[in-house]
Design a protein around this ligand. Structure first.
Ligand code: PLP
Length: 465
């Protein structure tokens, strides 16, 4: 392909993209395909001869698109959102076109410097203290892994990387039972192990870990000869939005000199609205590491997770490695690949720059406030369906409900709703019972889209009950 052809096809794809987004409400949110439908339409062997872009794009429309779930659909209420505001998509197109590998300052000076400034803009936007710095990672899972590795190295006097863990006894990490599975996985990969991830039951209206229980677990571990390494707290757990009391967790952490990481991957976006900080963010400045993903609720196209660090030194001491081929000369610079597990890095900061400038904080705040208000309104409306119960009240814009019947009935209802296609919901497990989650957060959703959930749920329920 020459660059004139590239230009023509790029325009074609841009037009296709605008049409696609305008037509989303006419499509089922989740595709009506069966397992294997897409793969069965693809040849078993790679093409020996070149094919034209026209043919490839035709197949994209006829083979691929019918098998896609529409995450940007305004009636996507499943999981958490993965919003992609149009200006952030444009930034991604530019980043993809320049196609720079931004691992070191010198491999893309502007990318490194925009990243530093975006982290500071977001620090201010989230009301975090002056002095926090950070790095943009691909995902919250990677940020949490970095933090857990740092806990491990700090707890082993920075000998784990060199000597391995075989004679280090049991390192222990603490969290609530509401954390995302990325915390479990970080402990597996860091060599700490699932059995050494101590989960304190979430209690109270926010489902946060009980600080006295946390303290008792740490003391019991010390008495048993184990080595506490760190605490992972949560603001906005995936299941039902569980939130820890940050100040209480930090008091325990300080008493035992433990490294602390906060997973606010989803709820962090809401902290651009000062009114939510009182309830969800008190004490946040005491955390050593905080992850929040602008690729979820804020509108920066996936992937884009910011890991804020109060002091980057412990993480750099854990992850920095400098073979000869990566050394740079001249004045000291920031090389963000030294802060993360992967070496290679995309220019992720560009989409944040485009997003923040295109909407301003006020535009983004308005969207989040609408989502929180509409979620509360929808929660009330669903609670009015005969026999339905609200299982967990809204935390920001996430709540859950149950229809009459056992767990199997809840799953039948979710599956029937999603097969219907007008909306998309997912199930969860809370206190041993299956629940049906609703989160409101899609970038282009309207009050009408949100309120359409109740009649759809009711209609599908009447059919399957
Ligand atoms: N933390 C929370 C609270 C989440 O909800 C999720 C994913 O939904 C993650 C972490 C993991 O996010 P990522 O896909 O960016 O690794």
């Amino acid at each position: 392909m020459d660059w004139d052809e590239f230009s023509g096809w790029s325009k074609h794809i841009a037009d296709w993209g605008a049409q696609y987004h305008k037509s989303l409400r006419d499509r089922p949110v989740r595709p009506r395909t069966r397992h294997g439908d897409t793969a069965s339409q693809l040849p078993a062997h790679p093409p020996a001869k070149p094919e034209g872009m026209q043919t490839i794009l035709r197949d994209f429309e006829t083979i691929i698109m019918p098998g896609m779930t529409h995450w940007q659909h305004p009636r996507f209420f499943a999981y958490f959102p993965a919003n992609a505001a149009p200006p952030s998509m444009l930034a991604e197109q530019l980043a993809n076109t320049v196609a720079a590998q931004c691992m070191l300052w010198q491999t893309s000076p502007a990318a490194t410097e925009v990243e530093g400034v975006m982290i500071d803009w977001m620090r201010q936007a989230l009301g975090l203290a002056d002095g926090f710095t950070g790095v943009i990672q691909d995902s919250a899972s990677s940020a949490t892994l970095s933090a857990v590795l740092t806990m491990r190295e700090r707890a082993t006097n920075h000998t784990g990387n060199r000597e391995g863990l075989s004679d280090k006894g049991h390192l222990r990490v603490y969290c609530s039972d509401q954390v995302h599975s990325s915390i479990d996985r970080a402990c597996w990969v860091a060599g700490i192990g699932q059995d050494n991830l101590v989960k304190i039951p979430g209690t109270g209206p926010r489902h946060g870990m009980d600080a006295a229980g946390l303290d008792a677990a740490i003391r019991a571990d010390i008495a048993a000869g184990h080595t506490p390494a760190g605490i992972v707290a949560t603001t906005g757990g995936t299941g039902v939005g569980g939130c820890d009391d940050l100040e209480a967790v930090l008091t325990v952490a300080r008493a035992h000199d433990l490294y602390t990481h906060l997973d606010a991957a989803w709820a962090g976006s809401a902290m651009i609205c000062p009114e939510f900080r009182e309830d969800y963010w008190q004490g946040v400045d005491g955390f050593d590491s905080i992850v929040f993903s602008p690729h979820k609720w804020l509108g920066a196209q996936f992937d884009c997770s910011i890991q804020f660090l109060r002091d980057p030194a412990p993480q750099l001491n854990t992850l920095k490695i400098e073979p000869e081929y990566l050394k740079t000369t001249g004045a000291p610079v920031t090389n963000y690949s030294e802060w993360t597990v992967p070496l290679g890095r995309r220019f992720r900061a560009l989409k944040l720059w485009f997003l923040l400038r295109s909407y301003g904080l006020e535009g983004l705040q308005q969207r989040i406030r609408n989502h929180v208000d509409w979620a509360r309104e929808l929660c009330e409306a669903l609670g009015e369906i005969e026999g339905f119960e609200i299982a967990t009240a809204p935390i920001l814009s996430l709540f859950s409900f149950r229809c009459p019947g056992d767990d199997e009935t809840q799953q039948r209802l979710v599956d029937a709703i999603n097969d219907d296609g007008r909306i998309y919901l997912t199930q969860g497990l809370f206190q041993g019972r299956k629940i049906i989650r609703v989160q409101v957060g899609q970038f282009d959703t309207t009050r009408e889209d949100v309120m359409s959930v109740r009649p759809v749920v009711q209609e599908v329920w009447e059919k399957i009950r």
